[in-house]
Design a protein around this ligand. Structure first.
Ligand code: HQG
Length: 196
């Protein structure tokens, strides 16, 4: 009979990698589920399970396959710091990105002179026509640098970066907000402030 010898150290490191990949996948998938529950769950909002400031009870969230440990890990390890607890950790909310009409107490902030919007080439003609609109979300999302904007645009197809003249927009009275996880938000960007 053929015997295969596997070095115990190699075996243990392989097992560690497999476990880590499985854990990372769980965190990503449950993180996506949590984002949907906190940003887009119209039914929960209509039923008062998400309050006007975007908070949802941790106890209720845990009925959807989350443990307290899993929630803690998603909140602390999330690559974009998308979620935050309230002070006594009984409620959770997303920091930005909502389609449900909640007020997450965004801070009005003066933006840098230029911000970037990452989109996909297929949307460019429409944006040249209508400007940047929030679509299903509450705000247009803007990025601090081109690299971040490329990542945002790539989610939709071939990325295309548009420069936004925030300096002029501020002078013209437009408001900008900086979310607690450093995403720049504004309600609408007319075409005249865009460079394609
Ligand atoms: C496009 C992610 C046609 C817009 C990201 C975008 C972000 C138009 C799409 C956050 C248009 C909406 C938001 C117009 C804008 N005509 N298309 N006039 N104006 N658009 O996903 O900005 O990972 O709602 O360019 O990192 O891509 O979820 O917005 O392509 O911060 O935390 O309409 O989502 O954050 O798409 O992404 P989205 P977005 P998370």
């Amino acid at each position: 009979m053929l015997k295969i010898f596997i070095c115990p150290i190699y075996f243990l490191s392989l097992q560690y990698k497999i476990n880590k990949n499985m854990k990372d996948n769980i965190l990503v998938n449950k993180g996506k589920q949590l984002a949907l529950m906190l940003r887009h769950d119209k039914d929960a909002f209509a039923k008062g399970k998400i309050d006007n400031n975007g908070w949802r009870d941790v106890a209720e969230i845990m009925t959807f396959g989350f443990t307290q440990d899993l929630l803690d890990e998603i909140v602390s390890s999330n690559n974009k710091k998308r979620f935050e607890y309230n002070s006594d950790k009984t409620k959770l909310r997303a920091r930005q990105g909502h389609s449900i009409p909640v007020d997450v107490e965004l801070k009005e902030t003066t933006p840098p002179d230029i911000l970037y919007h990452g989109t996909a080439t297929r949307f460019v003609d429409s944006i040249k026509d209508k400007g940047l609109i929030p679509g299903t979300r509450l705000y247009v999302h803007l990025s601090i640098d081109e690299e971040t904007a490329v990542n945002v645009g790539s989610r939709h197809g071939k990325p295309y970066i548009i420069k936004v003249d925030c300096k002029q927009m501020v002078q013209d009275g437009y408001k900008f907000y900086l979310s607690n996880n450093n995403v720049w938000l504004t309600k609408f960007v007319p075409v005249k402030y865009l460079t394609f």
